[in-house]
Design a protein around this ligand. Structure first.
Ligand SMILES: *[C@@H]1O[C@H](CO)[C@@H](O)[C@H](O)[C@H]1NC(C)=O
Ligand SMILES: *[C@@H]1O[C@H](CO)[C@@H](O)[C@H](O)[C@H]1NC(C)=O
Ligand SMILES: *[C@@H]1O[C@H](CO)[C@@H](O)[C@H](O)[C@H]1NC(C)=O
Ligand SMILES: *[C@@H]1O[C@H](CO)[C@@H](O)[C@H](O)[C@H]1NC(C)=O
Ligand SMILES: *[C@@H]1O[C@H](CO)[C@@H](O)[C@H](O)[C@H]1NC(C)=O
Ligand SMILES: *[C@@H]1O[C@H](CO)[C@@H](O)[C@H](O)[C@H]1NC(C)=O
Ligand SMILES: *[C@@H]1O[C@H](CO)[C@@H](O)[C@H](O)[C@H]1NC(C)=O
Length: 830
């Protein structure tokens, strides 16, 4: 189980290649034969043995050694092309295999006329024991065919079969071990009925191997003897693209891509969007390749951010055909916050009826980023069909036997295929992020390129998936699957209890998830449930918790999220006995959460207001990276012509914007207020409302502001931090929180300003900034651009402190108080 839920077809795996650094790969099996030649031939430092020595591998009743003096000196292999072996009957090359696993089989063809044999007219088939490599094959120009086949027996038999009345020929031949890491598949992630899709079993034919934005890389300059061709001739519109080169900058990660994946000369050049300095540029760069319809293709993208000056500048979308493969590609994150790190991503593109395969990169609509997109390298590999064939001949597609093997496979309509694919991406982007930490993730999914014809999607639950299409929301899980994942909602698996319901840990094959199960009876809950799915389906950001799916069967309201290893921020601040966080960790968490909120406020055409910002809604992953969660109360923010959104006051005690409470006017600045409270909470490590304390201390916001205004904030900070914060950093932080808590929204900074100031506080802590700290600390927040909001007269300031008398409750801040408020504030509207 597990994979099926995500629309199958998705595997992600990490490469464990700690040892194989650039030492160079030494192939165990290395048969290089210069067919027809009586002497050895050295090409690019590799010795191709003469045919006289190779004859022990060949069994053929009839063959002819041919030679020409006219081989084209412009090809790299001209010496190999001077001779050939002509095979006029079925002939077999048999090679002992020293190390099982993937091997390259490279066949070199250069047709010429020798006595009565015109090789341009030759027609034949080539196969291994398990796969047809070529059939009905003819060539009229020089060609190298490269296959990669996983050899599982101790010998390889390569059979050449001439067509009726014709013959076969060959100029040179290679059978060479491939490093295991090059094409891998994490078999442990595959459930039994999915193995048929495992790449391990696939024979591949390299159909394109392209170096974007750079010259041809010949086999001599590639550790594995591959040739990379320039991308110019595949660009649909050359004028939209420009070249960038910075080969020295390229770094290989600890694990993941190696020089064997692709050389630096590939990663160090790219084709980039030619936006000509126009920040409104909006176009894709597209490459188009001819492919054989009816086959699946493994498409490998090579990326390396050699264009950015700093991290988090480059976000772009990646398309295969007309379908989004990943949005946004965030190389800073994939490269674990380094620039110029070599990365690759694998996708499997489902077979289609189209004979063109298009690949595009284009700008991401992520707010505030300059339109830019790059691609460094691309490999397109044809996968064998269900008959084990890589050739158009033989039977293609529509194979009922294979379908049975996979269990239920559903032919889905255009729309369905599309939605399933999108659902798959949702998960993939999520997974990729998780794996990026480990150095590299590889992901593959078959895409329907043209989305047209009936498309096979293998999944036990495909039928369920298709049911959710009209809602266009997220991935819908069957209830039984959720039950199974949570051990039937085992109470001992509960990891949290919120206003909405209980949160369980869930285990899917792919990993752990968090399962939030709402109380089915609450109408209010239903609205929040829908909001949450809608919001999270729209927003993808590394500082927002990702939704993996949902379940609404049987009146259930279940949301399935990525699992956040370290739980809530709140639990790390007080009350749980967890070790206390360092100041830097806290600042990083603040910055992460601020990024998430900033994105919500600005990342979309319409601002989204979270409305329930609190430490219990900021979750931490295993690296303590912060992600904002719980979008149940979110609302789309003010329209241009509207200054506020009127709605029943909702939110959590202690965090609530007093202005919002007074006026029921909702703007982004309400989130800023709540975030300011969170900042003080992080600094002081105490509940925002603590009724057990003396009256003036009950409300943290009020209490902290008092000390901040006196300039003595250090008096009330978390004892664990005393003496451990640089005064400048603390001052900056205190000022930022203070600004957030301004009585009136107009006086508060935007989330962007807050983010900026927190980053500044972080730098001050790192002491990377020299100069006069006083000057620094006044410049930052001072000039806030006035907002559109015009809230009229500023009366009623007294209300801005403790809005409620709280008596017998320990800590209300953890609970969404929607119910309480709807009683206090008389239902919806004003
Ligand atoms: C040709 O190459 C083979 C191995 O590839 C080697 O054993 C042989 O000595 C070479 N012959 C000559 C003449 O160099
Ligand atoms: C073999 O290929 C040729 C074109 O290269 C095509 O015309 C012919 O129909 C093919 N034969 C078969 C049996 O498919
Ligand atoms: C080759 O296939 C076998 C299974 O037959 C698998 O165990 C092995 O990992 C594969 N090797 C590679 C390099 O794909
Ligand atoms: C290999 O690379 C070097 C330097 O990058 C270059 O001078 C040489 O011409 C290349 N060789 C081939 C065959 O392209
Ligand atoms: C990019 O590089 C290729 C080959 O290196 C060259 O043909 C092409 O003209 C270059 N394009 C631009 C826009 O400079
Ligand atoms: C980029 O290509 C995709 C897929 O073809 C398309 O949906 C999208 O609108 C294109 N974007 C631009 C800016 O042309
Ligand atoms: C490719 O061939 C293998 C047999 O070597 C087979 O198991 C696999 O299912 C084939 N792939 C597809 C996509 O049918």
């Amino acid at each position: 189980m597990g994979h099926e839920r995500f629309g199958l077809f998705i595997w992600v795996w990490s490469v464990l290649c700690l040892v194989c650094l650039s030492s160079g790969f030494n192939p165990t099996d290395n048969y290089l034969i210069d067919c027809g030649s009586s002497t050895n031939t050295t090409v690019g430092g590799r010795v191709f043995m003469g045919d006289n020595l190779a004859s022990k591998y060949l069994s053929s009743s009839q063959s002819v050694l041919a030679s020409t003096s006219k081989s084209d000196p412009s090809t790299d292999y001209s010496t190999l092309y001077q001779t050939a072996r002509i095979l006029t009957s079925v002939s077999k090359f048999t090679f002992p295999i020293g190390r099982k696993g993937r091997h390259w089989i490279r066949l070199y063809f250069y047709p010429f006329v020798y006595t009565s044999y015109n090789m341009n007219l030759a027609n034949f088939a080539v196969s291994t024991q398990n796969h047809v490599l070529l059939s009905n094959f003819s060539v009229t120009t020089d060609v190298v065919k490269e296959f990669s086949v996983n050899l599982t027996s101790d010998k390889l038999v390569l059979t050449f079969t001439p067509s009726d009345n014709s013959f076969a020929f060959l100029n040179a031949l290679e059978v060479v071990s491939v490093p295991d890491e090059l094409i891998i598949d994490d078999a442990t992630r595959l459930s039994t009925n999915q193995n048929f899709l495992g790449l391990l079993w696939q024979a591949l034919e390299t159909v394109y191997r392209v170096n974007m934005g750079g010259p041809m890389i010949s086999f001599e300059n590639d550790t594995l003897g591959r040739t990379w061709v320039p991308d110019q001739s595949y660009l649909v519109q050359k004028n939209l693209a420009t070249n960038v080169s910075n080969i020295e900058a390229v770094k290989y990660p600890q694990d993941g891509a190696t020089p064997d994946t692709a050389p630096k000369t590939v990663y160090g050049t790219c084709t980039r969007m030619n936006s000509e300095g126009d920040p409104n540029s909006n176009f894709n760069i597209t490459w188009e390749f001819d492919v054989d319809p009816g086959f699946q293709y493994l498409v490998r993208f090579h990326f390396c951010d050699i264009v950015s000056k700093s991290l988090n500048q480059l976000y772009f979308n990646l398309y295969i055909g007309y379908v989004i493969a990943c949005q946004p590609v965030d190389l800073s994150v994939l490269a674990t916050n380094q620039l110029a790190v070599a990365l690759y991503m694998d996708y499997v593109v489902a077979s289609n009826t189209n004979n063109k395969l298009r690949v595009s990169v284009g700008p991401s609509p992520l707010h505030g980023t300059y339109p830019d997109a790059i691609l460094n390298g691309l490999e397109i590999m044809k996968m064998n069909n269900s008959d084990g064939s890589l050739s158009g001949l033989g039977s293609v597609a529509s194979d009922s036997s294979a379908k049975k093997k996979v269990g239920v496979i559903v032919g889905v309509s255009i729309a369905a295929a599309f939605a399933v694919v999108l659902a798959a991406f949702l998960f993939v982007c999520n997974r990729r992020r998780r794996l990026a930490r480990q150095g590299l993730s590889k992901t593959w999914i078959p895409l329907s390129i043209n989305g047209g014809n009936s498309h096979t999607m293998g999944s036990k639950y495909s039928n369920v998936t298709t049911a959710s299409i009209n809602s266009n929301l997220g991935y819908r899980f069957p209830f039984v699957a959720v039950q199974e994942a949570t051990n039937n909602f085992d109470e001992s698996w509960v990891i949290g209890i919120g206003g909405f319901g209980k949160v369980y840990k869930g285990v899917l094959n792919d990993g752990t998830v968090a399962v939030k199960r709402g109380n089915p009876k609450s109408q209010q809950g239903l609205a929040e449930f829908r909001t949450e799915i809608e919001m999270l389906s729209q927003f993808r950001h590394r500082h927002l918790v990702s939704l993996i799916g949902y379940c609404d069967e049987r009146n259930e309201m279940i949301l399935i999220y990525e699992y956040m290893e370290n739980g809530t921020l709140k639990s790390h601040l007080y009350g749980s006995g967890l070790p206390s966080l360092s100041w830097k960790q806290r600042l990083e968490i603040c910055i992460g959460a601020a990024r998430g909120l900033h994105y919500l406020h600005t990342g979309y055409a319409k601002a989204v207001i979270h409305r329930d910002v609190k430490s219990a809604n900021i979750l931490l992953d295993e690296n303590l990276m912060a992600k904002v969660a719980d979008f149940g109360l979110s609302k789309t923010g003010p329209e241009i012509d509207q200054t506020h959104v009127s709605t029943a006051v909702k939110g959590s005690f202690g965090y609530l914007d007093p202005e919002y409470f007074r006026r029921q006017q909702l703007t982004e600045k309400s989130d800023v207020y709540s975030f300011g409270v969170v900042l003080f909470e992080i600094l002081c490590a105490r509940p925002v409302i603590d009724p057990t304390l003396p009256r003036e201390m009950v409300n943290l916001a009020e209490w902290a502001m008092k000390w901040q205004k006196k300039g003595q904030l250090e008096q009330i900070i978390d004892p664990a931090l005393v003496g451990k914060i640089r005064p400048d950093s603390l001052r900056k932080f205190g000022e930022t929180a203070e600004k957030c808590l301004a009585d009136f929204g107009v006086d508060r900074p935007s989330m962007g300003d807050v983010l900026w100031n927190l980053e500044y506080a972080f730098q001050l802590e790192e002491a990377v900034i020299q100069g006069d700290p006083d000057e620094n600390s006044t410049n930052m927040i001072g000039e806030l651009s006035p907002q559109v909001n015009n809230f009229g007269q500023h009366d009623d300031r007294s209300v801005s402190t403790t809005p409620f008398e709280v008596s017998s409750v320990d800590d209300l801040s953890g609970v969404s108080m929607s119910k309480v408020f709807s009683q206090l504030v008389k239902s919806e509207g004003r």
